[in-house]
Design a protein around this ligand. Structure first.
Ligand code: UDX
Length: 450
């Protein structure tokens, strides 16, 4: 078993730390945020992630998982140091802000006096690992005995534990000149996963960094493709859900990630495609990624379009209208509202004069911090009370299960737009609701009523 330190205890770091302890390793989670550490030490996850709290608590109780703010303690304790801090978008720029990753290396490296491996997990622009390797050589007292490798993380929020313990693949980028120890150590750490025949791809540093960014670029492209088809379907009176179903049967295309709606958000896809474009520009390869501009534009258009649709359904003006927004998280089973299309739409509706009340099963607290002027309700029924229009913007199971009659009794008007095509249209229409989906003939109805 290996002694492991994980730097950063956000979605990525906390999950990685808990899952590595679950594999039997001795793990130390490191963060500068002492309030967060106190929660984690008490076995509490500071965000909503199904299944994580059980794993965390079990391993904290077993003494395999501890937390600290001390880099000295981490440096003395661990043979493997994982970097799991954020790489957000820089303000006013497309590029990624690498200050947190740099900070970990700059602080940790001078403390490494014996052989160790640093594994980067954060999503970074290609070339970052090579740059950090150079810094390590200068900073680490153990010199060449400290290696840097890149081990990108592909976990999805909402499935973080499952994606970490049963990933589709493991990717490891190693420095070809010093390779050896990093790969062996990774094989030891992930031995249980490898025994389950999880594919393990060992490559150079740059390729490993690019695997992550290109995978996210592909997923974003797939979503924008189907959303572009939704636009065409609306114009042509066709149905994008059936179209996705039909093309998805072709295994080369695949049905997953072909759900049209209000587009992608969250802490990864939007900023990752922008950082990818910025980095390609620096490398003189910007032409290769100009299509990502369009992917981004199609995605942002979904939000504007939903606001226009709401306005059209309400007869041309949002002023004074009461709109219920069901869903604020960027996707279900998460309380994350970073770059959430749902909240962005709620904010735009309010700016255009609507009185907006939001309900989300898990993300109200985070939403309130970001959009304090919106109204928040403790249930879907409360949010819909007196509503002229109801919008479903995050496809929580709770919303799929809503009773159209129960909601119908509290709203002022039985009109609903399903921004994620997640509801059973017939069921709602049978109960007297005017129902509009995305990229469906219903959606084209309000197009023609303009
Ligand atoms: C993503 C990648 O999936 C993951 O591999 C990577 O490690 C981090 O980024 P995540 O941000 O957790 O994960 O969410 P994901 O499930 O990919 O969804 C991203 C966004 O796309 C959400 O807003 C979701 O609602 C939207 N989406 C997804 C669609 O609009 N349509 C789809 O068909 C799928």
């Amino acid at each position: 078993m290996t002694n492991i330190a994980v730097f950063g205890t956000g979605y990525l770091g906390a999950t990685h730390a808990a899952c590595m302890a679950e594999l039997g390793h001795e793990v130390l989670g490191v963060d500068v945020d002492k309030a967060k550490l106190a929660k984690l030490e008490a076995g509490e996850v500071p965000f909503y992630e199904p299944g994580l709290e059980e794993v965390l608590r079990r391993n904290v109780d077993a003494g395999r998982l501890r937390f600290t703010s001390s880099y000295e303690e981490a440096a003395a304790f661990a043979d493997a140091h994982f970097i799991g801090v954020g790489t957000p978008q820089k303000k006013g720029e497309y590029a990624a802000d690498l200050r947190y990753v740099d900070e970990v290396v700059e602080t940790l490296a001078p403390l490494l006096t014996s052989p160790a491996v640093i594994f980067g997990k954060s999503t970074v622009p290609v070339g970052t690992a090579a740059r950090l390797t150079k810094r390590l050589r200068v900073l680490a007292p153990a010199g060449g005995l400290v290696e840097l490798a890149w081990n990108p993380e592909f976990l999805r929020e909402g499935f973080a534990v499952q994606d970490t313990l049963r990933p589709d693949r493991l990717v490891l980028g190693v420095d070809r000149e010093t390779a050896g120890r990093a790969e062996n150590l990774a094989r030891e750490i992930y031995a249980q996963l490898l025994a389950n025949e999880i594919p393990f791809i060992v490559t150079d540093l740059a390729t490993a960094e690019l695997v992550k960014t290109s995978a996210n670029a592909f997923l974003a492209t797939k979503i924008s493709f189907i959303n572009a088809m939704a636009e065409v379907c609306e114009a042509a009176g066709a149905d994008v859900t059936m179209l996705a179903e039909a093309i998805g049967h072709d295994e080369r295309i695949g049905r997953r990630f072909l759900n049209a709606g209000i587009g992608f958000g969250g802490g990864c896809l939007p900023k990752d495609i922008r950082a990818f474009m910025a980095r390609a520009g620096e490398l003189g390869a910007d032409q290769a990624l100009t299509f990502l501009r369009e992917v981004d534009a199609i995605n942002m258009r979904r939000r504007v379009r939903m606001v226009e649709s709401a306005r059209d359904v309400l007869g041309g003006s949002l002023i004074g209208a009461r709109v219920a927004v069901l869903g604020a998280a960027f996707k279900p089973n998460s309380d994350d509202v970073r770059d959430s299309p749902a909240l962005n739409i709620a904010g735009q509706l309010q700016l255009q004069g609507a009185s907006v009340t939001v309900y989300d099963p898990k993300a109200i607290e985070n939403s309130r911090a970001l959009f304090p002027t919106l109204n928040y309700a403790p249930s879907a029924e409360h949010a819909c009370s007196g509503a002229d229009l109801t919008l479903v913007l995050t496809e929580w199971t709770e919303f799929r299960d809503l009773d159209p009659d129960v909601l119908g009794n509290v709203v002022r008007t039985r009109t609903i737009i399903d921004g994620r095509n997640c509801l059973d249209r017939e069921r709602w229409m049978e109960r007297g609701w005017s129902f509009y989906g995305v990229g469906t003939p219903g959606a084209s109805r309000f197009e023609s009523s303009r």
